[in-house]
Design a protein around this ligand. Sequence first.
Ligand code: FBP
Length: 560
Amino acid sequence: MKTLSPLQIERLKYQPKLPDSLSQGINFLQMSEGAATEAVRDKDQIKDLFKNTYGKPIVTFSSSVNEKKSDVKNVGVILSGGQAPGGHNVIAGLYDALKNANPANKLYGFLGGPSGIIEGKYIEFSDEFIDEYRNTGGFDIIGSGRTKLETEEQFQKSLEVCRNLNISAVVIIGGDDSNTNAALLAEWFVKNNTGIQVIGCPKTIDGDLKNSQIEISFGFDTATKTYAELIGNIQRDANSAKKYWHFIKIMGRSASHVALEAALQTQPNITMISEEVEAKNMSLEQVVSYMTDIIVKRSDNGKNFGIAVIPEGLIEFIPEMKSMISNLNDIMADLETDLSFVNAKSIKEKFEIVEKRLNADNAKVYASLPELIKTQLLADRDPHGNVQVSKIETEKLLIEMINERLNDLKSKGIFKGKFSSQSHFFGYEGRCAFPSNFDADYCYSLGYNAFALINFGLTGYLSSVRNLTKPANQWIAGGVPLTMMMNMEKRHGEFKPVIQKALVELDGPVFKVLEKNREEWALNDCYVFPGAIQYFGPSSVCDITTQTLRLERENSLVNV
Ligand code: FBP
């Protein structure tokens, strides 16, 4: 028998909130359509690749007094990519909507991510099964995976599996790469007249799947609050012991939204933002100088301690590293099958092979790195051809380089203090936390809304719930065509259609808060201690959104 924690028992009873438009029931909805849409970039190429699903309008739902009955439907759902708090509630919302539309409808969950639909591994959901997972973190309800859906053979197999189960719609819950899969599958299903619809749901703690219609991806709220709690705790420890510099790397594969949000919530002494490093063309040496300078100044004020927040993706945004990693990604695609590399007798031999293949400038950068980092850079790429930045210990690289720099300054009599460091990586700690009230409500609404999109016969759409800084009943439910978010990018050495990532905007309101305050935060101790996420209690504590969402919505010109 499973033992449940007291919090889990209480959370199972929580009834997530829905927008008013959806709460009248799934059969009492009407849909309004906006104008035709265009891809965010590379319009002609995207239009050509998505002949059947390109250019569809944005849609919005409102409640209706007229009942819209629909045929019995079987739907399949896939959790794809990294875990994000609230995934279980997306499935619960989808299930409740589907059963609300017609109790004879069925929901199947494909196991282990997109590979589940190819291999025909699935379960059928029941009330009892779903009820065990309501408002819980994790993706363990059906598991997740990072298999890329892109080949004709994979599409054919998916079709066979859907036909066997009489599935007429598939919901893919994922980030930018997973929703690229959703767009490709939707297009293929239409092109081949299968009658099977595909709907995406915006998931990722990284917060980089957003635009005017997708205000935030789910999981960002809970994950950033979890990291902010941990950073706050470490700040209190640092401020008590006054003996360590803590270097904290925070998850977020490319964009720095997670690090930025956690920094606004806690006000650490140093926050690096990858997008700024790239825009200012800062070299690794300059990044080290910037951080060392703050450490020396604090030490001059008698403070040999502090907190530095480093986004996980930083290494890929330092221009010389970016160029080297991109060159490395291309050659790794070949080296994975090159026997001289695969069977190399030592790691040093692998370094030599890589340095010979990289162009001269990139080889120099690669050769200058510590062995630990050189080895980590050779780790397997993810199925989308990306280097796995979570495996690169940038925080340790920076500590090593700063230490060297401080020793040099010490020998010249410039640095007179002490430097003792601790390194941390906060990532997996936040991805499966109990969803905050915001994520519990948002995810449930996204899932519920996904079925509304299915019921109106749409395909190639992302479930969209907007107006998120308002109470949930005022949220706006609808759908955004996936092709609207796409552009062409290089993957595995080839240009492919992908959903564009939303990076931190340096002229945006969120970054501006950091920019305005960071000098003060660097030298004075302005630490904020957010504490743990609260699920029960005053709304001023339990229902606050992230600062990112609040600042972006306050400054948004989009009229919702
Ligand atoms: P998604 O984009 O799939 O949501 O995953 C994001 C993420 O959590 C990143 O922040 C991190 O770099 C990566 O997943 C880690 O992946 P893995 O779980 O495969 O180690």
